[in-house]
Design a protein around this ligand. Structure first.
Ligand SMILES: NC(=O)c1ccc[n+]([C@@H]2O[C@H](COP(=O)([O-])OP(=O)(O)OC[C@H]3O[C@@H](n4cnc5c(N)ncnc54)[C@H](O)[C@@H]3O)[C@@H](O)[C@H]2O)c1
Length: 439
């Protein structure tokens, strides 16, 4: 049965806390694409196809023609940052895209200026921006964010919005007693409790407005009971956390490959150098801890050491991020993977990925915004596990473990789209093509 999905009529507002490297790269890409100067490379919503029916049907439309997504021409943008640079200057500063990308879109980029942020220095010690709101408590700041959002929606004539967290990774604080219920959280907001993170104030404000929230960083912005209660109460979808881009993307491609062939793993050492502002923030151990937890969680769920003690019971996993300014956004990642095979014989795999962090993250950011807007129009709310494909630490319902295998995640995503549109799910069984099934 087809879900009833409201059409993507009218304009969608993308509200973005954090207007640094990823945000400027997303904007530069969308503005270039709109002018026909670039193609949306890396974006599943814009370039991907989806098979429908049997292989012999030869039906494989583009995803954007199959599900009703908002068109890139119908998106507006607004956001907040602790620095007041407009998006052109911020893009020059981030040094990800080239002047040949920026020159044709200078006007659009200059016109976008961040609003004052909700920011507490204790949560991101390596940042010292001054473009920050003042308020009597967290709740007051959430109300100011809601006022900002109402104003932007009216000014730009938008009918729907999504908030996407592209701001810095906050210090590692696990949810505590104030996150046990919405009531406790609201009390903590009013009492200015120190365990309320800025990302949670943004998430609270978005969900109160009925706007979906996507979390691109490892913060516990929406990964806590209180905010999830609000998402259920207001019937708003949420997704996260931490974009799956460079090294972890490779891990979730290679890890399942080793396991499907029953090859053992003795150790996986991953290290990176990067020199952008994200790298500077992660140079602080409290902020790195958030990232480390997110990056480390991946292998255990893929390899299931509890089921395969001989293969994965004793592997050593280490992840390092080193801040190295000369590299800027052009991160270099090294992986040394010690595997073993038949007769316990050791082998090694080396990966040297010279990637560009924000170039990989931008299409992921765009896709998750478009998909969560679709989910909202389809009446989906709460955690959107089918979007795990995009995240390092996918959020899942209570009692479930996250699925990290990229290809299972992709199957889940595509089957969810088929399910939404009332198409048959594809199991890849394939027996029906052969005579023995027809007899
Ligand atoms: N680039 C990737 O591949 C990748 C992958 C996964 C996750 N991430 C995460 O995405 C986020 C953004 O990455 P980036 O490379 O654009 O970083 P960035 O440092 O260039 O941009 C982040 C921006 O957020 C701003 N900021 C910090 N706290 C804020 C707040 N409370 N309110 C508003 N603005 C705030 C900073 O001033 C900065 O301009 C980071 O959390 C990063 O860890 C990035």
């Amino acid at each position: 049965m087809k879900h009833s999905i409201k059409p993507a009529d009218g304009k969608l507002m993308m509200f973005i806390p954090g207007m640094g490297a990823i945000t400027t790269t997303v904007l530069a890409g969308i503005f270039n694409i709109r002018k026909g100067l670039a193609k949306p490379i890396g974006s599943v919503t814009q370039m991907g196809h989806i098979r429908l029916g049997k292989r012999t049907d030869k039906k494989s439309p583009m995803i954007k023609d199959f599900v009703p997504l908002v068109s890139l021409d119908n998106i507006e943008f607004a956001g907040w940052d602790v620095f007041e640079e407009n998006m052109y200057d911020a893009a020059v500063h981030a040094d990800v895209v080239l002047s040949k990308h920026l020159d044709p879109i200078k006007e659009e980029m200059k016109a976008l200026k961040p609003m004052k942020a909700v920011f507490y220095h204790d949560w991101v010690k390596n940042l010292n921006g001054k473009h920050v709101k003042k308020g009597k408590n967290h709740m007051d700041l959430a109300n100011q964010l809601m006022d900002d959002m109402k104003k932007c929606m009216a000014e730009k004539g938008c009918t729907r919005a999504v908030m996407v967290w592209n701001a810095s990774t906050e210090a590692y604080h696990k949810p505590c007693e104030i996150h046990e219920s919405l009531e406790a959280f609201e009390k903590a907001m009013n009492e200015n409790h120190p365990e309320v993170a800025p990302s949670q104030i943004y998430a609270y404000a978005a969900l109160k407005m009925g706007f979906p929230f996507v979390n691109g960083s490892p913060n516990y912005a929406v990964d806590n009971k209180a905010i999830q209660e609000l998402a259920s109460k207001n019937k708003v979808p949420i997704a996260g956390k931490d974009w799956k881009t460079g090294q972890t993307l490779m891990k979730t491609i290679l890890g399942p490959g080793l396991k499907t062939r029953m090859l053992g793993l003795a150790g996986w050492f991953s290290t990176n150098i990067l020199g952008n502002r994200d790298g500077e923030v992660l140079d602080n151990p409290e902020n790195f801890k958030s990232k480390e937890v997110s990056k480390l969680s991946v292998l255990d769920t893929i390899l299931e050491p509890e089921n395969y003690p001989d293969l994965y019971g004793k592997y050593y996993h280490k992840v390092r991020i080193n801040y190295y300014p000369p590299r800027g956004d052009a991160k270099e990642a090294w992986d040394n993977i010690d595997i073993f095979g038949w007769l316990d014989m050791p082998m090694q795999i080396k990966i040297n990925f010279l990637c560009r962090d924000s170039i990989l993250a931008a299409p992921v950011c765009l896709d998750t915004v478009l998909f969560i807007d679709l989910a909202a129009r389809a009446g989906f709310y709460g955690i959107q596990e089918w979007m795990s494909f995009y995240f390092k630490s996918p959020m899942v319902g209570e009692g479930l473990y996250p699925e990290h295998d990229l290809f299972i995640q992709q199957t889940k995503l595509k089957n969810t789209l088929r399910h939404m549109m009332g198409e048959e799910l594809i199991t890849h069984l394939g027996n029906e093509y052969y005579d023995y099934m027809k007899d």
